[in-house]
Design a binder for this molecule. Structure first.
Ligand code: 2NL
Length: 374
């Protein structure tokens, strides 16, 4: 019984008996007719390129239930007389192969066209103006850090960083500050809860210098930037955190002259070639002798003004020759080695250099303040 009709190829609705075809030549000719229709329709589709029509076309030819190939199989092959069956089978296989190959090629063409269209759609037009993003500037503390690092890198120091949570050993003992030493009083501060006093926020970046000396033999020339924490009553010039940069140089032949020369070079680089340096005796448990480094006032040049409280001098940072006791903790030979160290408050240096009178503005991130330091 003939299947549902495919209107444009009426011959496939009939069997060969009904068509009156009884020779192999006639069979071959019938298949040629179908193939010609197919080729013609594929060509028409290539011209139109409508995806929905293409889908219907595919279904009409290869649909399982009532596609042309299925109909031929039913009406021509299954219903063929026994002696015609081999040639019908052969021709049907050839037709199937032809249809499949043509459809595959067409599928590739469609896909490539879709890819090309997508690429054309997504193409970036480099001639369009870019997105203007307002980028900020480096914070004045970061700028100051970079200036300090530039100066020390230029004379052979390397930058080392380390953890903000430390042990009392690295923060105090190894720096010659034993328990109950009065130097702990203004530092002994942020211990981490639940660690039974075994961890605290570092009060200076010196612990990282101890760790470096433990790992590395002299010569050592390092600076250690980072945040440090000390108990303090916050006001317009104090906070519980400040930014520090410490330096350390240790070798077999470092003298007080090297210390003084390095300090003077630094001050001139940081404040300008006219700045003079003065060392005042001081005390730190980890240096001996110790000094406060002053520079001629950058505002009045040393003649005296409100900024330097009419002394002509401004205190910059603390420093000194490394106390030999420290070498004992890192297993350095105190008989053969010597060196100097210093510790600077970066916030203080920035405030002084840029005339900032209030500490809190450094951390409030008010753009009206930040924009003053582009
Ligand atoms: C200050 C003074 C200073 C040091 C820090 C130091 C580190 C080692 C050995 C010896 Cl491992 N000294 N650091 C030395 C002198 C002064 O800091 O007022 N900082 C804010």
């Amino acid at each position: 019984m003939p299947r549902k009709t495919v209107p444009d190829i009426p011959i496939i609705e009939k069997t060969f008996t009904e068509l009156g075809d009884s020779t192999p030549e006639r069979v071959v000719a019938r298949f040629a007719e179908v193939r010609q229709r197919f080729d013609q329709q594929v060509a028409e589709h290539s011209a139109r390129k409508d995806p929905e029509e293409w889908r219907i076309f595919l279904l009409r030819w290869t649909g399982r239930k009532s596609g042309v190939l299925t109909q031929i199989s039913d009406n021509w092959l299954k219903a063929a007389r026994k002696e015609l069956k081999p040639i019908v089978g052969q021709e049907l296989n050839k037709l199937k192969a032809h249809v499949e190959a043509a459809l595959e090629e067409k599928r590739r063409e469609i896909e490539a066209a879709a890819d090309e269209a997508a690429m054309a759609r997504d193409r970036v037009d480099l001639s369009l103006p870019g997105v203007q993003r307002e980028i900020g500037t480096r914070h004045i503390i970061r700028q100051t850090y970079q200036e300090l690092e530039r100066i020390f890198l230029s004379i052979g120091f390397s930058v080392v960083e380390g953890p903000e949570i430390e042990t009392p050993y690295y923060n105090f003992e190894a720096l010659n500050i034993p328990e109950h030493h009065p130097a702990r009083d203004n530092m002994d501060t942020f211990y981490i809860e639940g660690t039974r006093g075994e961890h605290l926020l570092r009060t200076h970046t010196s612990p990282m210098q101890i760790r470096t000396m433990e790992k590395q033999q002299p010569p050592v020339r390092i600076i250690v930037p980072g945040k440090v924490y000390r108990r303090d009553n916050p006001d317009s010039t104090h906070g519980y955190m400040f930014h520090q940069i410490e330096g350390l140089a240790v070798d077999t032949d470092i003298t007080f002259c090297d210390f003084k020369g390095t300090v003077e070079y630094f001050v001139r680089e940081f404040l300008g070639p006219k700045a003079k340096t003065r060392l005042r005796p001081s005390y730190f448990p980890f240096t001996e002798p110790s000094a406060e480094v002053d520079a001629t006032c950058h505002v009045c040049g040393g003649s005296g003004c409100r900024v330097c409280k009419f002394s002509g001098w401004i205190e910059l940072f603390g420093a000194g020759m490394v106390n030999p006791a420290v070498y004992g903790f890192v297993k350095y030979d105190a008989e053969k080695l010597s060196g100097f160290a210093f510790g600077m408050g970066v916030d203080r240096l920035a405030m002084m250099k840029y005339g900032i009178t209030e500490l809190p503005v450094l951390f409030q991130n008010d753009v009206r303040f930040l924009r003053q330091f582009p």
